[in-house]
Design a protein. Structure first.
Lengths: 336, 212, 336, 212
């Protein structure tokens, strides 16, 4: 395993140490060693935005702690849910008196741990509401949307929820905005190589050279099919053909697009892929791209691959997407 | 041999469970490594050892289980933390306030544990999880007591059924959890959680029998 | 080759297309198809900051075009210098009437092409001055510093030069600041795997599993030695031991630290590495970290590896490093 | 056979050079692939073809070289663009205004080209670059004319020396350019630039001889 680590069982705490040392202007560690908190949290009178999940998806999750984004994150082991205690501490650290919006992904462990953490907080009289991201189209048919995984669309959910909270939204308003964001969002991933969890030491699945897994999940969950590697343009077209009819997105829609590498993909290739996505959306599909994001937003250790996320926006979502924000993984000024 | 044991004298159970996990750590991780991420032994030892340290001297059977459950829920994370955590918390709840734990109490503890797992994890028999151990084990225990067997005898029936249930996972295709991503390729090896569940039930049965 | 491309010979123009489509708020393309220009360039009355180099190092070079950073970039083929024409066009596009500071790396092709472009501009009466980054310690002994390559320290050179120009500095002042930045900067890289130029189709060198190349260059140039893979902490310690005595950095110094992945390194590992760098610098070395940067700042396609850059700062450099900026690869608000 | 040719009639040289590059494209890339990045043939064909298209009908020898030089400098990039670009620009400069190109003029063209390459690229004989072709080729041309050989004869001597120079690069260790990163491992194959330089000199010699 060609990696830059010390003890494979200590990658997560050491990563958190390094992260907190590197971003003293944005985050602090508080209460629990697996909880990373926005430096000025709790913000009194603001709904607290909390998330969390397994590690190995940098910038997710800790990279989205920051101004107008997430207030506190519970950090799990690699690809493994954080503890209920970590979620509970994150919620407590984010509590500014207006309740907690816990915006996270649809994974069994996370659901169980969030549920128990929320019960804990509610025992203390702090209201917790949740939105569970399920933007990954390939992971279940449309009529079983509740089974779909949450993937890179979570970034847009945090952006929207974080902005709504920052603008003074009530807990119900924040939850409604985040829910609307994820309901309007569809994603898909393509994997070209596996990744290796350091404590395991061997790749978590295998892809033959010349093949790709279309519809792969963020932990290597199997996709729609393993097929011959195609060109970037074909990948873009196939991905759009899979996700656009699912919402459905229609001619005239304004969309936010997020393209993320899975970890090892050279950044230039993300732009080659985005080029075709942009061309198809604004060309034959007759849509307009309100704001594109291209970069490493939600990765899977050193997996080679790419994900595409499209969100349909209305006036409210546009306003929330446009709000400035400042975290390690997402820094933005007003576009317009 | 009596048909019940004193709740107050049962606090040693967690240390024994922790010892079992330590003995089987590598074995459990090896099974998990074949179709999962290879950390089940590590996860279990970490949680049970932590709990064993926290169980106070002279703790009762239900208090020990409560400490174990809380520790797993709060400190282990992943899926196993909450699942086994709620499992032991549910058992503790049924035994709370009971002076003598008898077969009906034990049956209700098992049922509550099963209910907690089902509620949280949503796995069914055949999904290749610890439910494949738990479901037949509970059925065997109740069947035995229902047909006149004593507590000790019923515990033996439970352990045997648990082992068969565990073995049955070998030919199953995983439907939930991490190994479900392998589809058909998940066949041919035991499920790690089903194996640890069998070890938990067997160790508990042995412990209880020694208290009777 | 498991990659997301179309025609291997068209990765660069397609990347530029995608980049310009994805960042309409920051850049435009002007005059020459291999030139990327800051959206509001030329800025009248400001020294124009220009750079350029081979592609495959994203965010470098186009990712540093933006406010208070670089005004125009000449884009080369993968790992190959841009043409003199592209450099010349970039210079022309950046010309706000106060001259051009071309801040680039010490590579033979770039030097030749910049030289010819500068002659071209000077024929038109536009003054061009250059700073050639040579921060890579392993590439030549200290008494042959002029032979050393420019690596990730270029990012700090652009940051400083860009800020000085934005604050109204004259061409000589901008050049002096950028030169001071690079003179105060030392870097080193460690490679754990090779990378593949798409048009070549095979890895550009090889590293056996369990080995690493200490002191590797950004194109796979050989380093100080190939050695057994060591822990992240040891990598950090070795890297510091190599670069700190070279300046030398001393007890009491304030430094800016930049840790960059080389492309395939999981971001969490950059933080594990930074953790130890921070500990050693602020502990046994008695220095203080004025500002850390950890992320993908200067990569080598999908190479697995890491680079460490340390810059000693004085009051002027601190002020320039602190200025806000906004590009794809570097976005920053004032820390203090 | 005469001892000079009309500059005005020499514009066909670039088309011939481009044809040579096309014929040898794969060969040059293959050599470059062994110790470089495998694009030398592609780079050369791209630049020479582009230039051949731009050379106007009826262009002179020096005008054709000027167009070639400018195209390489402006459009090819890397190291070869400026190096061969300045090479041909320098040749053009020496022939400019000359009506009949004779051996002394040609010698000064070669010397100016060499000087341009040296100034820009800083490579020395033995560094495994095109300089290893160019240096002995020029020496042989001047040696031949100095000892009474005619223009055509001197061109043959030049081509032979260029070939030997090119062949000498096989046993050299690369000191500059991309392949220098291989150190000792760069031995055993020809240098791509040295090979293309030999092709350029040979093609030019053949072209000039036909004009005499
Ligand atoms: N929803 C569920 N219900 C019941 N058991 C489950 C469920 N999900 C996973 N399991 C059990 O968890 C075991 C894996 O545990 P472990 O390796 O500790 O966790 P992880 O999969 O997070 O690494 C599986 O073998 C399976 O028996
Ligand atoms: N400084 C230099 N001086 C002379 N020739 C050089 C120099 N650097 C490189 N070369 C020549 O360039 C050739 C490689 O050309 P090419 O493959 O087109 O460029 P690149 O190395 O950028 O891919 C080498 O074989 C060598 O002969
Ligand atoms: Mg696990
Ligand atoms: Mg596991
Ligand atoms: Mg090249
Ligand atoms: Mg080459």
């Amino acid at each position: 395993m060609q990696r830059i680590i010390n003890d494979p069982d200590r990658v997560v705490p050491e990563m958190v140490d390094g992260f907190v040392a590197a971003h003293p202007d944005i985050v602090k560690r508080e209460g629990h060693e697996r909880v990373v908190v926005r430096k000025d949290a709790p913000v009194a009178g603001k709904v607290g935005i909390v998330t969390g999940g397994g590690s190995g998806h940098k910038p997710a999750f800790v990279g989205y702690v920051g101004r107008n984004l997430v207030d506190a994150v519970a950090v799990g082991e690699i690809f493994s849910s954080p503890t209920a205690a970590a979620f509970a501490e994150a919620m407590r650290a984010a509590d500014g008196g207006k309740g907690i919006a816990c915006l996270y992904g649809n994974y069994a462990g996370d659901k169980m741990n969030v549920k128990m953490a929320a019960e804990d907080l509610e025992d203390d009289g702090i209201e917790v509401k949740t939105v569970i991201a399920n933007d990954d189209v390939p992971s279940a048919p449309k009529d079983e949307r509740e089974k779909r995984r949450g993937v890179a669309g979570e970034v847009l959910m945090w952006k929207v929820g974080g902005a709504k909270a920052a603008l003074g939204g009530s807990l119900d308003e924040v939850i409604a905005a985040a829910q609307k964001a994820i309901d309007n969002t569809r994603s898909i991933g393509i994997g070209l190589s596996p990744c290796t969890i350091p404590s395991v030491g061997k790749p978590n699945f295998s892809i033959e050279p010349g093949k790709m897994e279309f519809g792969i999940g963020h932990h290597g969950e199997p996709g729609i099919k393993v097929m011959d590697l195609v060109s970037a343009d074909e990948m873009a077209a196939m991905s759009l053909e899979t996700i656009l009819p699912d919402l459905p997105f229609n001619k005239g829609d304004e969309v936010v697009v997020l393209v993320s590498g899975l970890g090892a993909t050279p950044i230039m290739e993300l732009y080659i892929f985005y080029r075709k996505v942009h061309e198809i959306l604004t060309g034959e599909k007759g849509m307009s791209v309100y704001r594109p994001y291209v970069g490493e937003y939600f990765t899977s250790l050193e997996m080679m691959g790419i994900t595409l996320t499209v969100m349909k926006v209305d006036e409210e979502l546009k306003q929330l997407i446009d709000l400035d924000c400042y975290s390690m993984g997402l820094r933005q000024e007003k576009l317009r | 041999m009596s048909e019940s044991f004193a709740n107050a004298a049962g606090g040693g159970i967690v240390a024994e469970l922790a010892a079992t996990m330590r003995e089987n750590r590598d074995y459990l991780s090896e099974i998990d490594g074949a179709i999962g991420d290879g950390d089940h032994g590590i996860n279990m030892v970490k949680g049970f050892d932590m709990a064993a340290e926290r169980v106070e001297d002279g703790a009762s059977f239900d208090e020990a289980f409560r400490t174990l459950g809380r520790t797993l829920v709060m400190e282990i994370g992943g899926s196993m933390g909450p699942l086994y955590g709620q499992f032991f918390r549910a058992m503790a709840r049924q035994a709370k306030g009971v002076e003598q734990v008898d077969a009906p109490t034990f049956a209700s503890m098992l049922e509550a544990a099963y209910e907690a797992i089902r509620e949280l994890g949503d796995a069914k028999v055949g999904d290749k999880t610890l439910v494949d151990t738990l479901d037949p084990a509970i059925a065997a225990f109740k069947e035995a007591t229902g047909t006149g067997a004593g507590f000790a005898e019923a515990l033996d029936r439970m352990t045997e059924a648990a082992e068969r249930g565990k073995d049955s996972t070998k030919d199953l295709v995983a439907k939930v959890g991490r190994s479900s991503r392998l589809g058909e390729r998940s066949k041919g090896v035991l499920d790690a959680g089903a194996t640890s569940c069998w070890l938990i039930l067997r160790t508990t049965a042995e412990f209880v029998k020694r208290q009777l």
